[in-house]
Design a binder for this molecule. Structure first.
Ligand code: NAG
Ligand code: NAG
Ligand code: NAG
Ligand code: NAG
Ligand code: NAG
Ligand code: NAG
Length: 751
């Protein structure tokens, strides 16, 4: 009897959703509003100096094509430069071009170098730049959890400013979607217990949204929903005011089990488990494509979402991300695709579907051309946009005839889990987009940056953003020396030489290397760890020496100090691998004194030094991460939950180390109290094994060390959220102790 009532509730919600949108939520902002937004951005960035820059927006400049900006210095005016963009974003990109190429400035996640010449330089000739890319996309769905999860508006505002200055014009706006899902689930008749058992905690929502995971680290507190809604209003408003396209979430077909209780005859099937999770936390129910409720739920959700946030008509949905479909029958796959798209167009006739192309290269055995074609061609050509997510390494467009005619965005993924580690595939990203555009019958419509985590490897992101506006590759060595000069605010031969070495080593990955940090430093120790590098380790040691030698000249630059810490961190990571090898070799030779010596240096000096070094830089503080998690809470209980979320994500990733250390980070606090304690247990068990003559059992160690790992997640220790100590001094100390041994790379160790 209850079912018809609930269907009536559904009908009521649908009817209410048909009310017309308020005008401010319809369509992109007009030129005047975009102009006001970009001027406000300039004031936030430059303060009173913004008065010498005139900013305007004129959509006609692009003549219907991709974005264009124009820079000129009006004769006899107090305005040094007048920037006109075809959108707010284009004007902001023009402004950054001026700051970068004429004022020697630099802006990045780690630091800003905005020392402006006085007076501001004037341009001799007019500059006009037109991007070949309709879309310059940014944000990976995973970064919503790895990087943005605890952000408040202040941090989002800075990010959106950076996006605009970088010329980015399309990005997901995913906050607050759970609040609307909750509304939809309630309307369908699910009760709160069922909803609470569905959502994960905040730090794992990215995978809940893709149907990979449920419940883990949840439920979501009521305050979370309110906060995220508030954030989302501000995010979409700001993005649109700058002329950016917001990509909103849509229904991909997964439903919580409560839907099956309310609608017992619904046609849904349980998918297999995701990653290393069993069905208590994964195995989502997927509606059958013919099931009428597929359309009802999909439209209900999207109507609610559009009513709340307006729309730019692009929607994201991923049904089979890292999950095996029930059947490889192209008819079934096409049916799912068609159902997802129909639910979108049912709510918004202009809908375009943005899909991640990750699955195609993740499970290539399953996704053969007929399967890929079925998914892509079930949607009218041009109504889908595929993100070729890992194009710098495994481009999919090449073996799918350019996604069988659907538009795609060439994306640089760059990193997994937001791991720290110097990394880049600069040659591939410098060539890739241009090769893709020249591909026969290419359907490329843009470039993208889709890192799983941010606030690292600034250089690679600045490079990729610049490439999004270019028509041919850059000269990398020339580009990187200018980059170093702008970043530190002064030319310096040693720093320039250091960057050339970094460019040709850590940043020049080609072939099989992947930016997933597998250094022994951040992995659960064993006797079988891989210490292979994709580059010449000596290049990093030499870059380290050169950078440190530039300390006297550049030491006052925050970006320099951050880079010095980061390169030192990389050198220490290499050293840890060396000490690991010494430990392992001496254990295998049953040489106890050598084992004790190497283990002692690692545990009592090198790791503490690394922890202290990281503690001197804001972006490398565990305390900052935990504080931001706690700051998102409105009660002590929420603060506890959020802190456990944050600690679990960077360590165990699941209740039992399901994706152990996937999102490893080199943070002050984590290095000593997690990696360090783990290493200490490893070394002590090896020593005990030599002492007692009993073999070392990896399985026993794993069980014991799990208690250490779990202990860290549930620990209540507080860590500093502001930097302590002087990066230069700490680096010098580490360098003096370890650099000679680094170059000799002999067995004698530090003095
Ligand atoms: C929700 O429904 C389930 C299944 O009928 C039931 O076990 C549970 O007690 C209900 N919870 C609430 C809060 O009503
Ligand atoms: C997940 O599924 C695979 C394949 O069916 C199975 O081998 C594995 O044991 C499952 N993992 C868990 C944690 O259940
Ligand atoms: C349920 O969906 C499956 C997969 O789409 C389909 O094969 C099956 O016939 C459907 N069952 C019913 C009872 O409609
Ligand atoms: C490009 O498209 C044209 C027209 O559809 C077709 O004839 C041609 O074979 C395609 N070229 C390639 C290399 O796929
Ligand atoms: C990267 O390495 C390749 C050889 O593997 C070399 O040809 C190329 O010049 C290097 N690029 C840079 C920027 O050093
Ligand atoms: C690594 O680089 C150093 C100098 O930085 C050089 O002496 C050495 O030959 C290089 N090794 C290899 C294998 O290229």
């Amino acid at each position: 009897m209850a079912v018809p009532l609930r269907m009536a509730a559904v009908a009521a919600v649908l009817a209410a959703a048909r009310a017309p949108l308020p005008p401010e939520l319809r369509g992109p902002a007009g030129d005047a509003r975009q102009e006001a937004a970009v001027r406000a951005l300039a004031r936030r960035l430059l303060g009173s100096r913004a008065a010498a820059v005139a900013l305007s927006v004129d959509a006609a400049l692009a003549a219907g094509g991709p974005d264009v900006y124009r820079l000129r210095s009006p004769p006899g005016s107090t305005v040094a430069v007048a920037v006109t963009g075809s959108s707010g974003v284009a004007a902001a990109a023009g402004l950054y071009r001026y700051l970068r190429d004429f004022c020697g400035c630099h802006l990045s996640w780690s630091a800003a170098q905005l020392r402006l010449p006085d007076p501001l330089p004037r341009l001799q000739t007019e500059i006009r730049a037109a991007t070949p890319n309709r879309y310059r996309y940014y944000q990976n769905v995973c970064a919503q959890s790895y990087s943005y999860v605890w952000w408040g508006w202040e941090r989002w505002e800075r990010e959106i400013d950076w996006m605009a200055l970088s010329g980015i014009n399309a990005a997901p706006a995913f906050a607050g979607q759970e609040a609307l899902w909750q509304r939809v689930y309630r309307a369908l008749g699910l009760n709160q217990t069922e909803i609470d058992a569905h959502f994960t905690g905040p730090a794992f929502l990215a995978w809940n949204r893709m149907g990979n995971l449920h419940s883990w680290a949840g439920p979501l507190p009521r305050a979370w929903h309110l906060q995220q809604l508030y954030l989302q209003y501000r995010i979409v408003e700001r993005m649109r005011s700058l002329g950016m396209i917001t990509v909103l979430p849509a229904f991909a077909g997964h439903v919580p089990p409560g839907v099956l209780r309310v609608f017992p005859r619904i046609n849904a099937t349980r998918l297999g488990n995701w990653s290393h999770f069993d069905c208590t936390l994964s195995c989502a129910y997927l509606l059958s494509p013919e099931e009428p409720m597929f359309q009802v739920i999909g439209m209900l959700f999207l109507k609610e979402l559009i009513k709340e946030f307006g729309t730019d008509h692009i929607y994201s949905a991923d049904t089979f991300n890292e999950m095996s479909p029930l059947s490889s029958d192209p008819a079934y796959l096409a049916g799912i695709s068609n159902a997802v798209f129909r639910a979108m167009t049912g709510a918004d006739p202009e809908a375009q579907w943005l899909m991640q192309g990750w699955l195609f290269q993740h499970q290539p055995d399953f996704w053969q051309p007929p399967q890929v074609q079925a998914v892509l061609r079930a949607v009218p050509l041009g109504r889908m946009i595929v993100l070729d997510l890992f194009a710098e390494s495994k481009p999919v467009y090449e073996w799918t005839e350019s996604f069988y005619g659907q538009p795609f965005i060439w994306c640089m993924l760059h990193n997994f889990g937001g791991n720290h580690g110097l990394f880049g595939a600069v040659e591939a990203i410098n060539r890739g987009p241009f090769v893709a555009r020249r591909f026969p019958n290419s359907t490329m419509v843009g470039t993208g940056l889709v890192p799983e985590g941010i606030e690292q490897n600034d250089m690679v992101y600045e490079l990729m953003n610049e490439l999004g506006w270019r028509h041919e590759p850059l000269d990398l060595p020339v580009w990187v020396s200018r980059y170093a000069q702008r970043r530190y605010g002064a030319p310096d031969a040693a720093a320039g030489a250091a960057w050339q070495l970094l460019l040709r080593s850590v940043y020049n990955c080609s072939g099989a290397c992947v930016n997933h940090n597998r250094s022994p430093l951040v992995r659960r120790p064993s006797l079988h760890m891989d210490t292979q590098l994709w580059y010449n380790a000596s290049d990093v040691y030499e870059a380290w020496r050169l950078l440190l030698s530039a300390g006297a000249a550049l030491g006052s630059s925050p970006a320099f100090r951050y880079d010095l810490a980061d390169v030192t961190r990389q050198a220490v990571q290499q050293l840890v691998a060396d000490y690991y090898q010494r430990i392992r070799d001496s254990f295998q030779r049953r040489a106890l004194p050598e084992l004790l010596a190497a283990g002692g240096v690692l545990l009592y000096d090198l790791l503490p030094e690394l922890d202290a070094l990281l503690g001197s830089q804001r972006l490398f503080l565990l305390g900052r991460l935990l504080q931001s998690a706690r700051a998102a809470a409105t009660s002590e209980r929420e603060a506890e939950q959020y802190e456990r979320n944050a600690r679990n994500q960077v360590t165990l990733w699941g209740p039992s180390g399901n994706i152990l250390d996937y999102a490893n980070k080199q943070l002050a606090g984590l290095v000593l109290d997690y990696y360090g304690v783990r290493w200490s247990l490893f070394v002590s068990l090896l020593v005990e094994s030599l002492n007692t003559g009993s073999p070392f059992h990896q399985e026993q160690f794993n069980q014991a060390v799990f208690q250490v790992e779990r202990g860290f997640v549930y620990n209540e220790k507080r860590y500093p959220a502001t930097p302590v100590g002087d990066t230069l001094e700490i680096t010098r100390k580490i360098f003096l102790k370890y650099y000679p041994s680094a170059t000799q790379r002999g067995r004698d160790g530090p003095p």
